[in-house]
Design a protein around this ligand. Structure first.
Ligand code: P53
Length: 488
């Protein structure tokens, strides 16, 4: 027995990277609208206005971490290419994109709603045209029997909340978020059943994602506490509005191996892995784990809580665990161990594995390891909501694109998840490879770093007419879905 009947094969994108239409249909600005493109090892920049009215910019790293000076406001300069403004123009191409997904046989499509399209300032004001936009998308998906899987908040924050409230560091944002969440739960209750509250909750670290200007650990963990409470309240609310709703958490899962069997390296890997387990413990088990409370104590971090917060966190646990998996890393306490910067964080180099063009370690077996680690720890249904290879593609003279490297990557990862299901018996409900139609890279802002089965003519200098064409992987993935993962 392999993947169960009704296994959710599909693909995934996010509003700030796919949707575009940033100033259309009554949408308000989001933080990402003030973030420029970058490149491999060239940082993206946040452009802002100081209190004296000066226009400045600051570099952010590939995890989109600030800081952006306190008191400044996000600002869009003229004649600069901001990738999110049009992204890959799902705004005008959604019918075409969904038809392509249907042709591949998608059972589901993971996407996010842009908060500032529903609530332009992030506050108590609703943009009906924005709600209608997503109604059209969900209707189109359902027409082809494609189940929408919706991330309520994928990295983007209404700019107004960042400018006026310092984002999630302000407790009031919990209520604004819940107003937004209630609005979408109620509006789409007959159309959407699968939800995730916050994308990659464990990497939310800077102004772009959570609107916090000074992201020192105290501010960051206070903001995360507010996000935990908001997420738990949203889970409770979503279940009340429709008891059929399946509401998940979403974590970036990068397992770390000890470099050697030296116990120090093993302990180092355990500690590294807590950067994800902490967030899962809170949202799946419903409490702050002891090791994290001890870390707060050691670092003099004091989280302000209201009296019901811990009870809300305890009650509002999730129905499933969504996670992204791209790579693994290696931990060591040896200062001389060879390091690799990759795109995400500095870690030791794994001599047994190859890396992508963006220096991300390719490790299919790591996915089986991740599935086992998570399942052993939580015993909840799991959903791989992101996985894939970012690579440059070239168009052949006859217009075709031979992305065999992408097929190879995905084939090996699907084989690993098949093994986890067949040999290890984990409960896996779906798989949505990232950027199924080419989108803007979050970490680098590039178009060149492509993940899709469908190529989009859009380039890093802002040119391209957004036309779509199928890559070789398109037909391959269609066959994988048709055979429920048997033909790889
Ligand atoms: P890109 C690393 C850096 C930034 C975002 O990343 C990341 C990661 C990997 O965990 O998270 C997710 O576009 C994220 C997506 C993003 C995807 O990884 O830098 O949820 O929004 O596009 C891939 O290649």
């Amino acid at each position: 027995m392999s993947f169960k009947d009704g296994f959710l094969w599909g693909g995934a994108t996010a509003a700030s990277q796919h949707e575009g239409g940033y100033n259309l249909g009554g949408r308000g600005l989001s933080t990402f609208d003030a973030v420029t493109g970058g490149g491999f090892q060239k940082p993206r920049k946040v452009t802002y206005k100081t209190t004296e009215g000066k226009i400045e910019e600051t570099s952010i790293d590939s995890t989109m971490t600030g800081p952006v000076p306190v008191g400044t406001i996000g600002y869009i300069r003229e004649n600069i290419y901001y990738p999110s403004h049009q992204a890959t123009d799902f705004y005008h191409h959604h019918k075409e994109d969904i038809a392509l997904m249907a042709e591949m046989g998608f059972k589901c499509f993971r996407m996010s709603i842009s908060w500032s399209r529903i609530c332009p300032k992030g506050m108590y004001e609703i943009n009906e045209e924005g709600l209608q936009f997503y109604d059209d998308i969900f209707d189109e998906l359902l027409k082809y029997h494609i189940e929408p899987v919706v991330t309520i908040n994928h990295f983007d924050m209404p700019l107004y909340l960042a400018d006026h409230f310092d984002g999630w560091s302000d407790r009031k944002v919990i209520d604004y978020f819940l107003f937004y969440a209630r609005t979408v739960f109620e509006r789409y209750k007959d159309k959407v059943k699968y939800w995730m509250t916050f994308n990659e909750i464990n990497v939310l670290s800077g102004w772009c994602q959570i609107g916090v200007h000074d992201n020192c650990p105290q501010n960051l963990f206070q903001a995360h506490h507010h996000i935990f409470v908001a997420s738990a309240k949203a889970v409770l609310l979503g279940h009340k509005i429709n008891p059929q709703n399946q509401i998940g958490m979403m974590v970036s899962y990068t397992p770390s191996y000890p470099m050697t069997c030296r116990p120090e390296d093993v302990m180092e890997a355990i500690q590294f892995n807590r950067q994800k387990h902490f967030y899962m413990d809170v949202q799946v088990k419903g409490y702050y784990p002891e090791y994290q409370l001890k870390e707060f104590e050691r670092n003099n971090i004091h989280i302000q809580m209201e009296k019901d917060d811990l009870e809300i966190i305890q009650k509002g646990t999730v129905d499933f665990i969504g996670f992204s998996y791209y790579m693994s890393t290696v931990s060591s306490t040896d200062p001389n161990a060879e390091k690799t910067e990759g795109n995400q964080f500095i870690a030791c180099k794994n001599p047994y594995l190859s890396t992508s063009d963006w220096d991300w370690t390719v490790d299919p077996l790591g996915l089986r390891i991740a599935l086992n680690e998570i399942y052993d720890r939580y015993h909840k249904p799991m959903f791989i909501v992101e996985n894939g290879l970012g690579a440059p593609d070239t168009i052949n003279e006859d217009g075709s694109i031979d992305d065999d490297y992408r097929i190879e990557y995905l084939k090996n990862h699907i084989q690993a998840m098949k093994d986890a299901v067949e040999y290890d018996g984990v409960d896996l409900i779906g798989y949505t490879p990232w950027g199924c139609i080419d989108i803007v890279s979050a970490g680098t802002g590039e178009m060149k770093k492509r993940y899709g089965f469908v190529y989009v003519e859009r380039y890093d200098d802002g040119t391209g007419d957004f036309s779509r064409r199928k890559k070789k992987s398109f037909g391959w993935y269609k066959n994988v879905i048709e055979s429920n993962g048997m033909n790889l």
